[in-house]
Design a protein. Structure first.
Length: 183
């Protein structure tokens, strides 16, 4: 009797798993809310919910990975997205890393989304991305939100990493390539 009950339980579990498997596959493939920027519509506005870690294979993917880490408040992952030179800027200041972590947490709470508008190739291993953000509030270090920012990207080995962003000036657009879906 006990062995029959075990067999029935195992069969019932297998039937439930088989019934749920297509739903699980559907959810994990084309119907997920995260849509990585790299290779899937560069230039699209990505909301906070659409941000996902996209790796470091392209400048856009690495920048999205940084934004995803900031949104999730993962300071270590965000720091890992930075180039060694950018990391050194924070590591060489007294309390620099602590201040970086505090800014990541604050910025992540305010960020609603972002859009990469254009890219400028400076060299095989150097690219700049022009982007804009949507935020619920201003970071404490800004008195107004600029229309655009410039994000330097550096290729280190096979991976792209983020430098320290810099202010946008209209002359930056000379020689840049708009992202396909940017508007």
């Amino acid at each position: 009797m006990k062995s029959n009950l075990k067999v029935v339980i195992v069969i019932a579990g297998a039937v439930l798993l088989a019934a749920a498997f297509p739903l699980l596959i559907w959810k994990l493939t084309s119907h997920t809310s995260a849509e990585p920027l790299a290779g899937n519509g560069p230039g699209r506005f990505l909301t906070k919910k659409q941000m996902a870690f996209a790796g470091y294979a392209t400048p856009e993917a690495a920048f999205q990975s940084l934004a995803s880490a900031v949104i999730s408040g993962d300071c270590d992952k965000a720091f890992a997205c930075l180039s060694p030179e950018a990391q050194a800027v924070f590591n060489n200041k007294p309390n620099g890393r602590r201040m970086y972590d505090a800014d990541v947490k604050e910025d992540g709470q305010m960020l609603k989304g972002l859009q990469i508008m254009a890219r400028k190739v400076l060299a095989d291993d150097k690219v700049e991305l022009k982007y804009k953000i949507d935020a619920t509030a201003l970071p404490k270090y800004m008195n107004r939100l600029p229309n655009f920012f410039i994000q330097p990207m550096n290729k280190i080995g096979a991976e792209w990493k983020c430098g320290l962003n810099k202010p946008y000036t209209p002359d930056w657009d000379n020689g840049s390539q708009p992202e396909p879906d940017a508007s």
